[in-house]
Design a protein around this ligand. Structure first.
Ligand code: MSP
Length: 533
């Protein structure tokens, strides 16, 4: 059954399908939070959105990890997957599809896709020799390796020498077509630094890559030669396609691609850029399918300058962080403090300071003290000020009117930190404005009309800020909206486009005296700074 409203634009965003060699860490959470924010933003715009996440469960890395804990790989995966589902729930991630590469319908999709590529003459048998990093599930060039034959990404792991018969994918055949594609679609790889990386890599000349393994049985058999097992990445990338199937439809490529293909945005970390920006488009070209619109490679979360990861064991526990500080706090911090695309270090003191300054002070206090003043000076009602009557050069109105477009632009190019900074700057301007206007003394002087204009414009600004930040801090935004008298829950965003569409809420002057204000309550409790600071 096709449930999609064809009158609307569709938007599909994916996270990587995470390896299940361990429970998720903050690096996995980072991409997933960003994808959820994009999905929420696209929904506010009124688009039909599909957010895909899931798990990558085959291959040597998973097989070995399962074996070392004395479990069958499938059982091992089944035990780890719930930790991803739970973390996404805790972080308020509202995905639409969870794609597991061990799902039965996935094998049918992989088989059909393989056949297309095979029929196109792009798969052949050859001898593979090279250094393999099991943690990356990738062959490495000797020149990339660190001293002691260690992987540059998993710096404690030595690569392993392989010399075996494999099936190869004819990547070299797509050299020119890929180059032309990157030229004609300059936005395909983002940010620009990552695009350059890919162009440099492709310029050096593409080599065919092996897509099967021997001596490994945890994976799908190669359809034309079951003694071989399909390379985990060949199967994993196709997990995005399987995810598009309606739950009750026959697993065929035609069904999978009918409604949502091509994918609009693959969000990934920079370490898996080559797979998404080179191998994946070439595989799709070979299968004669349209290519995705955009691949965005973000940076790494680091600790003391090293990539946080399961292999190095220097991760931050996202469960603990969310439980101690709330999901909105975690979502806000990582998106506001790190430019998406760059690496960013985590420091708990900084984390606390940012949340206290932005959410507890600038935004939270502003709402609270303004609502309390409205209670005192306006009998608890939204001042009946016609926003149209406020002059356009009013400092908050002037800034507020331009903000919606500015923030929309920032979300569109995934500059989440800029979206936050733009909103925050209006919030800070409002704090300054209220201090300068001093409504308490205007009230004493009997200037009721002026008091009302000041309080109205500050409340309206807080509303606009809450709206524009709602993809990032849905709980806090709902709380603010509710205190301002709306019965809108951004938390469940599946129908947010109907209850609070962007074109109606992202402008300044929406608050009206019809609104029945709620009881003022602090939205974000100040966090105690750490003792060891
Ligand atoms: N299974 C593959 C992806 C297949 S997609 C068809 C994989 N999985 S992973 O679990 O190792 O990594 C998933 C994502 O998490 C990658 O995008 C990776 O960049 C990201 N991160 C892992 N550690 C990270 C940080 N320390 N910081 C930010 N993101 C990082 O690769």
């Amino acid at each position: 059954m096709n449930l999609v409203d064809k009158t609307k634009n569709t938007f599909v965003v994916t996270t990587p399908l995470y390896y299940v060699n361990d429970v998720p860490h903050i690096g996995s959470a980072y991409t997933t939070i960003a994808a959820d924010v994009v999905a929420r933003f696209q929904r506010l715009l009124g688009n039909r959105v599909l957010m895909i996440t899931g798990t990558d469960e085959h291959g040597q890395k998973i097989q070995r990890t399962a074996a070392s804990s004395g479990k069958e790989p499938q059982q091992f995966c089944d035990e780890i997957v719930p930790s991803f589902v739970n973390l996404w729930q805790l972080l308020n991630i509202q995905y639409d599809r969870f794609s597991r590469t061990t799902a039965v319908n996935h094998q049918a999709i992989v088989k059909e896709f393989f056949q297309r590529v095979w029929d196109n003459g792009d798969i052949y048998q050859g001898q593979q020799q090279g250094w393999y990093c099991v943690s990356c599930e990738e062959f490495k060039e000797e020149r990339e390796l660190l001293e002691g034959k260690r992987c540059p990404i998993h710096t404690t792991k030595e690569v392993e020498w392989r010399d075996e018969q494999n099936y190869f994918f004819r990547l070299s055949k797509y050299q020119t077509r890929l180059e032309e594609f990157y030229q004609s679609r300059p936005d395909f790889i983002q940010p620009a630094s990552r695009r350059n990386e890919v162009l440099n890599f492709v310029n050096q000349g593409l080599q065919d890559f092996s897509i099967s393994r021997v001596n490994l049985d945890w994976g799908f058999p190669v359809p034309v030669d079951p003694k071989h097992t399909l390379y985990v990445w060949f199967d994993a990338l196709l997990g995005y396609v399987t995810a598009l199937l309606e739950p009750d439809s026959e697993p065929s490529l035609t069904n999978a691609l009918a409604t949502w293909w091509p994918i609009n945005l693959h969000l990934i970390g920079k370490d898996i850029l080559r797979f998404h920006a080179v191998y994946w488009p070439a595989m799709l070209m070979s299968a004669n399918l349209p290519l995705p619109d955009r691949v965005f490679g973000h940076g790494f979360l680091t600790k003391d300058g090293q990539k946080m990861g399961k292999t190095l064991g220097n991760t931050l526990d996202p469960f603990d962080l969310v439980q101690r500080y709330s999901s909105d706090a975690v979502r806000y911090y990582f998106l506001k403090e790190i430019e998406f695309g760059k690496d960013g270090d985590f420091n708990e003191n900084r984390f606390i300071n940012v949340l206290n300054a932005d959410l507890a002070n600038d935004l939270g206090n502003l709402l609270n003290r303004t609502l309390n003043m409205v209670k005192k000076y306006c009998a608890g009602n939204v001042p009946s000020v016609a926003s149209a009557a406020i002059p356009t050069d009013h400092p908050l109105k002037a800034k507020g009117q331009a903000l919606g477009e500015q923030v929309k632009q920032a979300y569109t190019v995934l500059a989440f930190n800029e979206a936050c900074l733009a909103v925050l700057s209006l919030v800070q301007a409002s704090n300054k404005f209220i201090d300068e206007q001093a409504p308490w003394s205007l009230y004493k002087q009997g200037k009721q009309e002026e008091v009302e204009v000041v309080l109205y414009s500050v409340l309206e600004t807080v509303r606009l800020a809450a709206y524009l930040l709602s993809p990032i801090i849905p709980n806090l935004s709902s709380n603010i909206y509710q205190q301002l008298g709306w019965n809108i829950n951004f938390d469940d965003h599946r129908d947010s486009e109907t209850v609070a569409p962007f074109h109606l809420h992202a402008t300044w002057g929406v608050l009206s005296s019809e609104q029945k204000l709620g009881t003022p309550q602090p939205i974000f409790k100040r966090i105690e700074t750490l003792k060891n600071d």
